[in-house]
Design a protein around this ligand. Structure first.
Ligand code: ZN
Length: 448
């Protein structure tokens, strides 16, 4: 078995891994590196996502041309996407045409988001598609054999996330990006521990694993804790005439549900703004996973949004506004509101709740710092970090390793610095660095 760690092994983003068994190659995820896109948009003042060539030039796509150099490109039989986040899914619309015979395989929600991206970017693909339910199996037909792929439900921070176990005659390849063990998710079931134990019994050869917070000594709290934090944060908004904005990840449907549930107690009308929220909410509705649809108003286009914000400026106590921009992304609705580029002018006593934490990249840190200063200058009340992460920390990872007992471990989803603590954890559990635990980098091939 050969594993090419194509992207996401030197940064947080553009995740992509390719596995070769004889004459067959299976790709796991093809994401984008979002900070590069944000920076690009800042320079070009362009709102649309650029073309494949531009995305490659700015380092936003995984460098899958390495597969051409390895002679793997014509052998790709499938592209499997584990969940709907853009750092896992967002590259597929741009690279899939390079592998015309590869089936694209994903759960219904992930596929619905994928369809929405294709529609928005006006991209047509000829690749065959396969929508798979969580906790189901699918057989991929290759040249050298058949491969049973198992899609095991896990918890993270969007809907219908799966671990993928690929059964080969050389053992099981197990892909565990992204996850945390959440026994009290707000939407959906807890992780399928039973199935994990069953797969482990069959013998896992290689585990590629989300190691982002492997250096954090804890178990990542449940989404239920974020729900409590939100209930508390919203209960402090007492002034009925003040403005109220909550910003969070648009793909985080469970979090949005909590915002709506407690937002309703403020007796304000709840209005979701913007293209990104629209994309994920529409996908959730399509797969029947949007329990709060009837309690919100969803506005998409800039004209609609601006005419609503004009109303909201005059009657700010009437609405709870939900929008993107928690990383202070230039051009996002929150960024435009803060910069007085919309008819809604924030003033003393208005509230902005960040149901997020700053994703630690220089771009985000600087952008948020600037935004927070502007908000404070206006006298806006800020509540920040009303959030728990969707990525497991060291104790989630220890539990996964103890259940799966893989032969080889490859840490993923971070810089080498972020992946190193995973190697230390593996050492604690008896793995030997360089023999059974491996640090890889983008474009490298491990023969296992
Ligand atoms: Zn994710």
């Amino acid at each position: 078995m050969e594993v090419c760690t194509v992207g996401g092994f030197e940064e947080v983003g553009k995740n992509m891994t390719a596995v070769k068994i004889k004459d067959d190659v299976i790709i796991f995820d093809a994401g984008v590196y979002l900070p590069a896109i944000v920076e690009y948009q800042e320079q070009e003042t362009e709102s649309a996502i650029p073309s494949e060539e531009k995305l490659r030039n700015i380092g936003a796509l995984p460098d899958d041309k390495v597969l051409d150099k390895l002679g793997w490109r014509d052998k790709v039989r499938a592209i499997i996407v584990g969940h709907a986040h853009l750092d896992h899914l967002g590259g597929v619309p741009f690279i899939a045409k390079r592998y015309p015979r590869a089936e694209i395989i994903a759960t219904p929600f992930t596929m619905a988001v994928f369809d929405k991206i294709l529609e928005d970017e006006k991209i047509t693909l000829r690749n065959p598609r396969r929508t798979v339910k969580e906790n189901s199996n699918y057989i991929i037909k290759g040249k050298s054999g058949k491969y049973l792929a198992e899609f095991i439900h896990t918890t993270h921070s969007t809907l219908q996330c799966v671990f993928i176990a690929l059964h080969t005659n050389e053992g099981i390849f197990f892909y565990a990006l992204d996850f945390k063990f959440d026994n009290y998710p707000v939407i959906g079931a807890p992780p399928n521990y039973k199935k994990l134990k069953e797969v482990a019994k069959k013998g896992i050869k290689v585990l590629v694993v989300d190691s982002l917070y492997s250096g954090t000594e804890r178990k990542t709290p449940s989404e239920r804790i974020a729900r409590d934090l939100l209930e508390d944060a919203l209960s402090y908004v007492k002034d009925r005439n003040s403005g109220l904005i909550v910003t969070t990840f648009s793909s985080h449907i469970a979090r949005l549900k909590s915002i709506v549930d407690f937002g309703r107690k403020t007796r304000r009308e709840i209005v979701f703004l913007g293209r990104s929220l629209n994309k994920y909410i529409r996908a959730a509705i399509k797969v029947n996973q949007c329990p709060f649809r009837k309690n919100i108003k969803l506005l998409n286009y800039r004209k609609q949004v601006n005419s609503f914000l004009k109303k909201a400026d005059k009657n700010r106590g009437k609405y709870l506004i939900v929008c993107t921009g928690h990383q202070a992304e230039p051009g996002s609705i929150l960024d435009r509101i803060v910069n007085d580029d919309t008819p809604l002018k924030l003033k003393k006593g208005d509230n902005v709740i960040f149901s997020s934490s700053v994703i630690p990249t220089t771009v985000n840190i600087n952008n948020r710092d600037k935004m927070d200063k502007k908000l404070k200058k206006k006298g806006v009340r800020i509540q920040t970090d009303i959030h728990v992460s969707g990525h497991g920390a060291r104790e989630d990872l220890r539990d996964l390793l103890e259940i799966l007992k893989p032969k080889h471990i490859i840490p993923a989803h971070g810089s080498l610095h972020q992946e190193t603590p995973m190697v230390e954890l593996a050492s604690e559990l008896g793995y030997k660095f360089g023999e059974t635990s491996h640090l890889s980098s983008n474009g490298k091939v491990l023969k296992l």
